[in-house]
Design a protein around this ligand. Structure first.
Ligand code: 4NP
Length: 170
């Protein structure tokens, strides 16, 4: 029998934004920290961007600094572009905003993976919008706002995944 937490049994989640240097790497870092704290080896986590401008780069320095100030390190993350293969690989793909969702759906023209792709903020317990706002062109405040949104949404998303899979995959 396969050991729990082996690659075949893992539930794979992917966070997707535009550049993969602000919102989705933050979600990856926060979610990973929460998953590690809870001891849940059956969850595998990654992030990607729909655009290729920043491929290979570390997350934006403002995002790294904001995350660090909350005890989250994003230092090991490097930007990559979302591929069609990701649609086959990941069980759950979370789009940071509606435009990202549209771009992901465009890659899935036959709608084969329709059910795997959803808006991240669907899980926000306190939603004032469906989108995580893009902080890239704004000031420092925007990064703090994004941190708060992504942090509380990651907590509620993890609860939801634990409810769905936690009893089978401990
Ligand atoms: P992200 O933010 O999608 O949260 O990573 C952005 C980063 C870079 C760009 C746009 C959004 N850009 O146009 O370079």
């Amino acid at each position: 029998m396969a050991t729990k937490g082996t690659p075949e049994e893992r539930v794979k989640v992917l966070f997707v934004c535009l550049g993969n240097i602000c919102r989705s790497p933050l979600a990856e870092g926060i979610f990973r920290a929460r998953v590690e704290a809870a001891g849940l080896p059956w969850l595998e986590i990654d992030s990607a961007g729909t655009g290729a401008w920043h491929v290979g780069e570390k997350p934006d320095s403002r995002m790294r600094e904001t995350a660090r100030s909350h005890g989250i390190s994003l230092e090991s993350i490097r930007a990559r572009k979302l591929s069609e293969e990701d649609l086959w690989t990941y069980d759950h793909i979370y789009a940071m905003d509606r435009s990202n969702l549209e771009d992901i759906r465009f890659l899935d023209a036959s709608e084969t993976f329709h059910d795997r792709v959803e808006l991240f903020r669907k899980y926000d317990p306190n939603p004032d919008s469906l989108d995580v706002p893009d902080p890239y062109y704004g000031g420092r405040d925007g990064f703090e706002t994004v941190f708060r949104i992504v942090d509380r949404t990651c907590a509620s998303l993890l609860d939801s995944l634990q409810t769905r899979y936690g009893n089978e995959l401990k």
